[in-house]
Design a protein around this ligand. Structure first.
Ligand code: ADP
Length: 198
């Protein structure tokens, strides 16, 4: 099975592009969702995160407050490295088992949507990587509208990530999501034709 990464900065349109690929019949594994799953109560990563970051991270219902956790690691590289060391093996295992299941279902191509493919190095999992990018001013406006954040908060979240031009350069295929949804849908449809083995 051909495995293709899908990445891009926050608010560039990864989830939107992932939805269009699914509509084209190409399955997409969502790494962010897997990272949420492994932090559920009772999982190993849950216990290790509570040990490392303290139980004040827990909400009244006993689950990890992901927003609080995100704020804690946002400006503290050592804390962020610890969190990644705890979660990454489980995320990778989750991705690999989701891909195995898709292969067993007979799919010949699958996409993995993950925010940090370039930052972490492509590794040996992906045969190709698709980068999603969009005009920076649109990116800021879409983050503000989606997440209800201020302009400054949106800019800070963008600044914490690798620069988009570097990301686009490191990609084999680029989807430009600066235009309207129909325009992006058309780009996805043509790329889907390229990705499907003949
Ligand atoms: P990401 O997954 O990269 O963070 P999303 O796919 O969630 O980005 O897109 C960010 C926001 O912008 C979402 O609310 C989405 O609905 C909206 N959006 C994405 N692409 C477009 C587009 N081409 N035109 C208008 N709105 C868009």
């Amino acid at each position: 099975m051909r495995i293709v990464g899908l990445t891009g900065g926050i608010g560039t349109g990864k989830s939107t592009v992932a939805r269009f690929f699914r509509e084209e019949g190409i399955p997409v594994v969502d790494a962010d969702r897997i990272s949420r799953d492994i932090l559920e109560s009772g999982r190993d990563a849950f216990r290790q995160v509570v040990l490392r970051f303290g139980s004040d991270l827990l909400m009244a219902d006993g689950r990890i407050d992901r927003k609080k956790l995100g704020d804690r690691v946002f400006s503290d590289p050592a804390a962020r490295a610890d969190l990644e060391a705890i979660t990454h093996p489980g995320i990778r295992d989750g991705i690999v088992s989701a891909l195995r299941a898709l292969e067993a279902e007979g799919h010949d191509v699958a996409i993995v949507e993950a925010a940090l493919i370039h930052e972490k190095g492509r590794g040996d999992l992906f045969q190709a990587v698709i980068g999603v990018h969009c005009d920076p001013s649109r990116q800021v406006e879409r983050i503000m509208a989606r997440d209800g954040t201020s302009r400054d908060q949106a800019l800070a979240r963008i600044a914490a990530q690798m620069d988009p031009v570097g990301k686009a350069r490191a990609s084999d295929y680029v989807i430009d999501n600066s235009g309207d949804l129909e325009n992006t849908r058309r780009q996805v449809a043509s790329l889907a034709r390229v990705l499907r083995p003949l």
